[in-house]
Write a protein that binds this ligand. Structure first.
Ligand SMILES: [Zn+2]
Length: 423
């Protein structure tokens, strides 16, 4: 038995936003009350000054397994996930080979279960080999356990294929998610097109590359009546387009990454590849737009786009180095900072980190409620920690945050009633 004492419990699903004790017996939440007395044989967790919420769900991670496990694998990725307070993650299909066939879908699920730290679910590719030409066997892939479809890392450039994919996935009761980037507009761009890229002479990547594809997807969704999910939205105009589409009644949802909520293109000031990510880090104005959109619900939730790369890959020149950065362990402190700066409250934080992403993939979100299996995250909102080689649990260490301090630290993560992470 575990007794969690004096934590501030936040779960808008159960109108909880106050100090409570939580008693967990055989993995199940037995009692949520003020002042439960400890008894012999029961482990007591002192949660004074800590916040307890339902654990988090991230529908966008790259665990590089199979094919590039020198960057990350399902085990190391799971460790980073639970250290970030997550107990459900969805792997992207840009593995080698791509997740476009039933045995690979099964492999991800089975390996995730074998590691057992959290729920590791696969998405599957929209098109075979993620080449954008021919649809995958969506019905078979869904039956095998793929939770949605995306060619992430690459857009579906052909609008006719995208329309068919939307209709097909929608009719199966799931959805497509698009990495919105018009490759004809992005060319070999690296940095957000703006003053900074011009001053530094960096190859510019215009925001229209994202905006035009977001607009196309929204229009296709309106026209087909089928859902579409916008991956890693990052520009102010894209946010406005999604707001318009939602007002038109489109079944459009959007996610934003911690780095697009927190870092600007100024990370390129030292010409470092560590700042290269797709879509690129943008301007202060774009960041403000995504923050307020997350607060208002125009953006539905946070997804990390956790994208590990080896050190030597990120040491190449700006053109050659692959885009992407880590995210799983930084989402909580970054989103918490937005709470501290009054963009939104703790209830909204739980919605965007836990409830909404779980619902999006058809899962019942974890709840802090008597009779439920404990899936919760306990964090210290004021503990400051340094991002470094030791504190990052991923195999790769690629993040511009290296050497910087963040405030907000996960102390315990419970999955299926068990403690899977303890700081
Ligand atoms: Zn992407």
């Amino acid at each position: 038995m575990i007794l969690i004492k004096n934590g501030h419990v936040v779960d808008p699903q159960n109108n909880l936003n106050d100090k409570f004790d939580i008693l967990i017996e055989k993995g199940e939440i037995k009692k949520i009350e003020k002042n439960i007395q400890p008894f012999p044989g029961c482990e007591v967790i002192d949660a004074e000054g800590k916040i307890i919420t339902p654990s988090f769900t991230d529908i966008h991670v790259h665990f590089r397994d199979p094919g590039q496990i020198y960057k990350e694998d399902i085990e190391s990725g799971s460790k980073a996930a639970v250290a970030g307070g997550y107990t459900t993650v969805v792997c992207m299909p840009n593995t080698i080979p791509a997740i476009d066939d039933v045995p690979i879908v099964r492999y991800i699920i089975e390996k995730g279960e074998e590691v057992g730290l959290c729920r590791v679910l696969p998405s599957a590719a929209i098109t075979k080999g993620r080449k954008g030409k021919e649809l995958t066997e969506m019905a078979l892939l869904k039956d095998a356990g793929a939770v949605y479809f995306t060619d992430d890392g690459a857009p579906v450039m052909d609008s006719f294929i995208m329309r068919k994919a939307m209709e097909y996935a929608g009719s199966l009761g799931t959805f497509v998610a698009d990495h919105c980037e018009d490759l004809n507009l992005s060319q070999n761009g690296v940095a957000h097109e703006g003053e900074l890229a011009a001053t530094l002479g960096l190859p510019p990547l215009p925001p229209e590359a994202e905006d035009t594809m977001v607009a196309r997807d929204c229009i296709l969704s309106i026209q087909t009546g089928m859902p579409v999910h916008i991956c890693h939205i990052s520009s102010k105009l894209s946010v406005e387009i999604v707001a318009w589409a939602k007002a038109m009644g489109a079944k459009v949802t959007a996610e934003v990454t911690p780095h697009h909520l927190y870092l600007t293109d100024e990370e390129f000031l030292d010409f470092s590849c560590i700042a290269k990510v797709s879509p690129p880090l943008r301007s202060h104005e774009d960041i403000e737009a995504t923050r307020w959109a997350l607060a208002s619900g125009i953006i539905d939730f946070v997804a990390t786009d956790h994208a590990p790369h080896a050190h030597y890959e990120k040491m190449q020149d700006l053109q050659a180095c692959p885009p992407g950065m880590l995210g799983l362990q930084f989402a909580l402190p970054i989103v918490l900072e937005l709470v501290k700066k009054d963009y939104f409250d703790l209830n909204r934080m739980v919605e965007v980190m836990s409830i909404e992403p779980a619902k999006k993939i058809g899962l019942k979100p974890p709840q802090i409620k008597e009779g439920e299996i404990a899936e919760l995250t306990i964090f210290d909102p004021f503990e400051t920690w340094e991002v470094n080689e030791e504190t990052i649990l991923s195999k790769s260490k690629n993040t511009p945050l290296l050497g910087r301090k963040l405030t907000g630290k996960v102390k315990y993560t419970f999955f299926k009633g068990k403690i899977v992470y303890r700081d």
